[in-house]
Design a binder for this molecule. Structure first.
Ligand code: ACG
Length: 458
């Protein structure tokens, strides 16, 4: 299990109200005790944006998070606890304040080749696939391709010198001690067709790029871990994931949440069967990076319309499936937050250590809106309290931690009887049968002679 960590909101190590590396280092025991095997660190490079995805220097740490020494201490502490740490690298674009971009605007070589400048007025008609948004931004009278908006002009990977530069970025972070990377926006490296003047994913070129980058990393560090962010349907996710070894399973995440939020056992069976068949088809050439939520999504409890029992059911289903699970910080507290494209912050709120929202470690970079103090969400209110959401969540994590073989199982069959979903797993220790009750009332079953894991009301 990996813990997805948004540093700014987690733990404040120097009293400035912002989470940082020193703070996170103090909480490594907390993360390890949850049963995690690793941490996915959201971008920590220098960036003017709160989310860190538009970078101004790929070789520097954002000073609000600390310096290289703090990072080395953090990594040392993590490794001492057998926690691997992967870094989120947004390589598809930079901040418009990046030196490369400023030099590109001045026409300086090679930087002017590292961004895509408008070559035909026709290109201005291009629109983003998923929301029809404009993809060109104007900087001091020059139009530049910027798929994610004016805050992040895209890098133009037609230039071989840029590939070389990116390899240096990878070498740098591996030499600092990271165990691998979460590659952001992996399908967007080549996503504009110069010939047609439209947005069009060039999957084979993207794959060639990632093959070269991952081989570069493996030559430095053979055990490197990679996770690809390809938010798309199963066919496309599968296409990329085998290069990286682990691919975030977006289709499963979405289907699981929809099925469980509506207590629809039939949809749950369908979601699991689709996933199972998919893995057979792809001949298991990669591992499923399973998850329910991340920083781009509505938090788990909110996506279950506030029903905490359903949120825990979703977690149990997730953690009894094969694959490597990723859990977003704060989900263990039952924090709430609805993703909004234009106000993308509610799901990034400070982790609540104290019930009144104040105290050492507590981050305060933004006001708590959805997870208010005195709402019973904090660690202080829930830790050690039998039956609290946090303790129940931890029990489920513990179950997964104590049964690491689940990661490498194969689903043999899935069926249902009314609200009871039955999953037959095959693993190194033999077979196990799991029952998940999606219904609102108790269920009984005859379990004679079968190893059984039961979830929900029985
Ligand atoms: C990553 C990061 C995100 C970050 C960026 C930019 C990229 O996780 O935090 O934003 O550095 C697209 C991209 C993803 C991107 C998200 C935000 N995520 O592909 O790489 O946008 C459709 C599209 C997807 C699209 C998704 C967004 O296909 O490409 O993701 O919509 O909603 C089914 C379909 C599937 C469809 C989904 C959802 O599953 O099969 O195709 O996905 O439904 O409809 C950061 C900040 C942002 C800031 C930006 C500049 O977090 O706030 O704006 O930087």
């Amino acid at each position: 299990m990996f813990y997805e960590l948004y540093l700014r909101s987690f733990c404040d190590g120097n009293g400035d109200g912002l989470g940082d590396l020193k703070g996170a280092e103090k909480k490594l025991d907390y993360i390890a005790e949850l049963g995690m095997e690793g941490i996915w660190l959201l971008p920590i490079m220098q960036s003017p944006a709160y989310h860190g995805y538009s970078v101004t220097d790929f070789f520097a740490i954002n000073p609000i998070y600390g310096d290289l020494k703090d990072l080395r201490n953090f990594l040392y502490g993590a490794h001492k606890r057998d926690l691997k740490v992967i870094l989120d690298l947004p390589l598809n674009h930079t901040s418009p304040s990046h030196e490369w971009f400023l030099k590109a605007l001045d026409g300086e070589k090679p930087y002017c080749d590292w961004y895509l400048f408008l070559q035909s007025e026709e290109w201005l008609k291009a629109r983003r696939h998923w929301d029809n948004q404009q993809v060109w931004s104007n900087y001091s009278g020059r139009w530049v391709y910027a798929l994610f908006g004016p805050g992040s002009p895209d890098l133009n990977f037609e230039s071989p010198s840029l590939w070389q530069q990116i390899k240096e970025v990878l070498t740098f972070w591996l030499s600092v001690g990271f165990d691998g990377f979460r590659f952001d926006a992996a399908k967007h490296i080549f996503d504009f067709s110069i010939e047609k003047g439209i947005c069009e994913y060039q999957h084979s070129r993207n794959i060639a790029f990632w093959k070269e980058m991952t081989s570069h990393c493996r030559a430095i560090s053979p055990d490197c871990l990679f996770v690809s962010e390809v938010w798309d349907d199963a066919r496309i996710v599968d296409m990329y994931s085998s290069i990286f070894g682990i691919g975030f399973n977006f289709p499963l995440a979405e289907d699981l949440k929809l099925a469980i939020a509506s207590r629809n056992a039939e949809s749950l069976v369908k979601a699991l069967k689709t996933d199972m068949q998919r893995f057979f088809r792809s001949k298991r050439s990669y591992e499923s990076g399973t998850f329910l939520t991340n920083h781009d999504m509505t938090r788990l409890v909110s996506s279950m319309n506030g029903d905490r029992d359903l949120a825990l059911l979703a977690l149990t289903v997730l953690l009894t499936l094969p694959g490597l699970p990723f859990l977003y910080y704060g989900e263990e507290l039952g924090m709430e937050g609805v993703y909004d494209e234009y106000f993308n912050e509610e799901q990034l709120e400070p982790f609540l250590w104290y019930e009144n929202g104040y105290g050492p470690d507590q981050t305060e970079w933004k006001a708590l809106g959805k997870n208010r103090p005195h709402g019973g969400v904090s660690i202080q209110a829930q830790s050690g309290i039998a039956g609290s959401y946090f303790e129940r969540f931890k029990n489920i994590l513990r179950f997964r931690r104590d049964n690491p073989w689940l990661r490498f199982t194969t689903i043999k069959s899935i069926s249902r009887k009314k609200d009871l979903v039955r999953i037959n797993l095959h693993g190194s220790k033999g077979n196990a049968i799991l029952y998940h009750n999606t219904g609102n009332s108790r269920a009984t079953l005859d379990t004679t002679g079968t190893p059984v894991v039961i979830n929900g009301r029985l």
